[in-house]
Design a protein around this ligand. Structure first.
Ligand code: NDP
Length: 339
């Protein structure tokens, strides 16, 4: 899957195309290469920042290497080794790491990849709750927000891949948790199934500052920001003294060049609010803690993963574009092949 042209604003399915090419399953002996059959691939909002015509953020383009028209996307995924000229991998090994939005991936020596045993869990969990979304939620909440039992936590894009996990970690710690999401169905799911104390549909609210005041009459201690812009401004206005804001992502700013947040900085000063942007990749030191804690929660039924799976490589463009329309509930994954 590739793009035809760089993107302005929101992407549409018609911006993408499928290119096909033949692939020899013979590798040069001793080349260190492996060929993977891709099984499932992660669909992530940040990819839009790699294909924009304009990027106002130099750091975004440094972090997320640009993809030119005609080039294949790389993304986190799960795959199976079909041919190996690398002594570390054997045919049929399962791997998780950077693959392509396509049917096969050829990996050079040193590619970002590791073998893994999925144990009793579905492969897709290793892209969501047991993968980068999970680590993002865990590190962002526990390490960046430094939460305490009983604190009041607000999460935006709360039914999404990262958001629904943040809310559940917060509930397990004994916090009071409210989420915002973009549909009635998502709000009901958060309250009735995922265990949030409350949730609201932000699309039905006209004054987000007043909305948050209604849900948090005693103020917000922690805001886990997935969306930026107006919601960040409203949250800062409602933060308590010594509140913390984890700036995980600003999805509402990815497609609208005019959407920007301008929180009241005097609030930040007088209320001594700590705001921190972070990348999950900075917290690999927490990986063992994260994975063993989350395995335990899953096995004890204390945490519930939400997944939204589409089938077939041809469904990747609509799966991706759908992230920005709010089509997905939970982790968006495309299953490319069953085996
Ligand atoms: P999600 O599964 O949450 O999917 C995106 C969701 O965002 C949509 O379903 C939609 O839900 C919401 N959304 C889309 N457009 C808007 C908009 N204009 N305003 C408000 N909400 C919108 O994605 P992820 O959980 O993967 O990512 C969530 C955030 O975390 C993103 O900003 C992403 O870039 C960031 N991220 C950061 C990481 C890091 O290391 N810092 C790692 C992974 C993700 P709704 O119906 O509720 O609007």
């Amino acid at each position: 899957i590739t793009i035809k042209n760089p993107i302005d604003g929101a992407a549409e399915e018609s911006d993408f195309e499928i290119k096909t090419d033949s692939l020899s399953l013979k590798l040069d002996p001793g080349s260190g290469h492996i060929i993977l059959k891709n099984l499932c691939v992660s669909i992530d909002p940040y990819q839009i920042n790699r294909i924009k015509r304009y990027s106002s953020s130099q750091s975004a383009s440094n972090f997320a290497v640009r993809i030119a028209p005609g080039e294949a996307f790389d993304a986190y995924g799960v795959a199976k080794v079909v041919v190996s000229e690398n002594p570390e991998y054997e045919k049929d090994d399962l791997v998780v790491g950077l693959i392509t939005w396509g049917d096969y991936t050829v990996v050079k020596p040193g590619g970002m990849m590791r073998k893994f045993d999925p144990m009793e869990f579905p492969l897709s969990y290793y892209l969501g709750i047991l993968g980068f979304s999970g680590l993002t939620a865990y590190a962002g909440f526990f390490e960046v927000c430094k939460p305490k039992k009983g604190e009041k936590v607000f999460v935006s894009a709360a039914s999404g891949s990262v958001g629904h996990l943040v809310g559940q970690y917060a509930k397990l710690l004994g916090c009071y948790v409210v989420g915002s999401a973009g549909s009635r169905e998502k709000v009901a799911l958060l309250k009735d199934k995922i265990g949030f104390d409350d949730a609201f549909n932000y699309k039905h609210e006209t004054d987000l500052k007043a909305t948050l005041k209604r849900y948090f009459p005693d103020g917000i201690d922690i805001y886990f920001d997935n969306v930026g812009a107006e919601m960040l401004e409203a949250a800062v206005a409602n933060m308590n003294i010594f509140g913390r804001v984890a700036v995980c992502g600003v999805i509402s700013e990815y497609t609208g060049r005019k959407n920007r947040s301008a929180p009241e900085m005097l609030d930040v000063v007088y209320k001594r609010i700590k705001m921190q942007g972070f990348l999950a990749a900075d917290f690999m030191n927490l990986y063992e803690d994260f994975i063993s804690t989350t395995y335990d929660h899953l096995r004890n039924g204390k945490i519930q993963p939400l997944e939204d799976i589409s089938d077939g490589v041809e469904s990747i463009p609509s799966a991706f574009v759908g992230l920005f329309r709010g089509d997905n509930i939970g982790k968006k994954v495309v299953r490319i092949s069953e085996e």
